[in-house]
Design a protein around this ligand. Structure first.
Ligand code: CTP
Ligand code: MG
Length: 372
């Protein structure tokens, strides 16, 4: 029973007022659209994104291969209809990119209800305000009983054929369930989640950011390392081999950048330092590459309940020149650290000190980690 998902991302975000489509707004490390994709991708078989006209290429590049991008319409319903045309699954989830933080668990619960036989499933949370119906003259017409009111979220789930029929019969509604209701279909309500809030204004983005960081404590650490150049030694630096460069002394590969990062991570997580974790009393690490030490450090940091936010390293020395291979170095370190954000910079010291005199090379690193 294949599951497709449509992520409606073709709105212009007028109320947010960023001057570009709301789905492309950055929330911490990802755009709203990427957050929505990250939640749905693990639980569906097909992903379709509706893009604002003119943004198809940019959004295709952002979401990568394997995700279908279709041009949205002038309303949300029209956008969903365009996407429905390419849905292949028996069931389909329709989700707002604007509800960027809705969890995979919520999507799974919607899918479970579909599999149990419901044609339409919507998540909902209780309404906290008293809701009143008003008229065009600005007067209250009635006050529905709050106990029976709920606030509806996405992802909403449907039997694909039922949603196609509903869209064919009724063109417009602010959500898809309303179209099912209009055709007389039953819509099952399940418990939604606060984090599935719809990001409409900049204040909502702040709320979402707070939710994302809720309960996370930030720790920082610093690490340094230095080695003297040594004749006939291969140069390993920042996870890379530098074939035309003389290497450094030391019983490891002498990768000062990797070692400084390991030390920064140990400092941030109070797990000791390079010597206490990989020192001479741990013979299994003798001659270990910088990359291997980064991988081992990641494992220890993760086992201790931390997540790496980012690391930075500055290499201090006259050579090698880092600039040309910066991207390669960042990729190598990031890979060893499980995809963490990495920055690599380099400097000289105006001819002063150990590295300025060309006797060796040093590195200073920082790390930022989260503990849940
Ligand atoms: N949407 C869409 N196609 C449209 C309009 C909206 O795919 N023609 C999507 C939006 O990208 C959003 C979701 O539907 O993810 C819910 O819409 P809303 O939060 O209103 O977003 P916008 O329409 O972009 O915002 P605004 O109404 O403030 O312009
Ligand atoms: Mg809108």
């Amino acid at each position: 029973m294949a599951i497709s998902a449509i992520i409606a991302a073709a709105g212009s975000g007028e109320r947010f007022g960023a001057g570009f489509p709301k789905a492309l707004i950055q929330l911490a490390d990802k755009t709203l659209l990427e957050h929505a994709i990250a939640s749905l991708a693990p639980v569906v078989n097909q992903l379709i994104v509706t893009a604002p006209a003119g943004f198809e290429k940019q959004i295709s590049e952002l979401v990568g291969d394997g995700i279908t991008v279709v041009t949205g319409g002038s309303t949300r319903s029209a956008s969903v209809r365009n996407a429905l045309a390419v849905v292949t699954g028996e069931f389909v989830l329709v989700h707002d990119a604007a509800r960027a933080l809705a969890s995979s668990d919520l999507a799974s619960r919607v899918i479970a209800e579909l599999k149990s036989g419901h044609v339409a499933v919507v998540p909902a949370v209780a309404v906290v305000d008293t809701i009143k119906v008003t008229n065009a003259q600005g007067f209250v017409v009635s006050t529905p009983d709050r106990a029976s009111l709920v606030s509806i979220q996405t992802p909403q789930g449907f039997k694909t054929q039922s949603l196609r029929d509903a869209h064919a019969a009724h063109a417009e509604a602010t959500d898809d369930a309303a179209l099912i209701e209009a055709t007389g279909g039953q819509v099952k309500v399940i418990t939604g989640e606060d984090r599935a809030l719809k990001i409409t204004t900049p204040a909502d983005l702040n709320t979402a950011l707070t939710m994302l960081n809720l309960g996370r404590v930030i720790h920082t650490g610093i690490g340094t390392d230095a080695h003297a150049f040594g004749k006939g030694r291969p140069m390993w630096l920042a996870g890379l081999h530098w074939p035309d460069e003389e290497g450094v002394e030391g019983h490891s590969d002498g990768d000062v950048a990797a070692h400084a990062i390991c030390d920064a991570l140990f400092a941030a997580t109070s797990l000791g330092d390079l010597g206490s974790n990989f020192g001479t009393d741990r013979p299994e690490y003798a001659g270990a590459s910088g990359t291997r030490l980064l991988e081992e450090t990641l494992k220890m940091v993760t086992d201790a309940g931390y997540e790496i936010s980012n690391v930075t390293v500055q290499i201090i020395g006259n050579r090698p020149k880092i600039g040309k291979r910066r991207a390669e170095a960042i990729a190598a370190i990031s890979k060893a650290l499980g995809g963490a954000q990495v920055s690599v910079s380099a400097t000289t010291t105006d001819g002063m000190g150990l590295t300025g005199e060309g006797k060796g090379i040093a590195a200073i690193a920082t790390a930022l980690v989260y503990k849940q």
